[in-house]
Unconditional design. Structure first.
Length: 121
């Protein structure tokens, strides 16, 4: 049985922190895909890691509901408690959810809104 090295644990902790920061940066009323969060965290191609971090985070204040699939679909099974909760939270922030799907921003819109030259005034 392989034992996880301290180096691997440290790398995961750093990646996890970067992913959580990227999730927290998504403003209320906006959504982002798992892949977008991975890219924003400097981890392109690691959308599944984003899903894993979301599954295991345990922070009640994390805006997990703002993260959806790249096609705008809620990742929970249709009608499940998680699906209903995510849709409820998104709607409460003014996001239209139709048949379990939201309209996705153009890929770089979120980055431009948060970090672009006109983002802060």
């Amino acid at each position: 049985m392989a034992v996880k090295s301290q180096e691997a644990e440290d790398a995961y902790a750093i990646s996890r922190a970067r992913i959580l920061a990227a999730i927290r940066a998504v403003p209320a009323g906006r959504v982002a895909g798992y892949g977008h969060i991975a890219r924003r965290a400097g981890l392109p191609g690691r959308a599944r890691l984003v899903a894993r971090v979301l599954r295991d985070h345990g922070d009640p204040d994390l805006p997990w509901h703002r993260i959806v699939r790249s096609d705008g679909r809620i990742a929970f099974a249709d009608g499940s408690p998680g699906f209903r909760e995510q849709a409820r939270r998104l709607r409460a922030e003014g996001v239209a959810v139709t048949r379990g799907r939201v309209r996705m921003p153009i890929d770089d819109t979120l980055d431009a809104a948060l970090w672009g030259p006109d983002a802060h005034g």
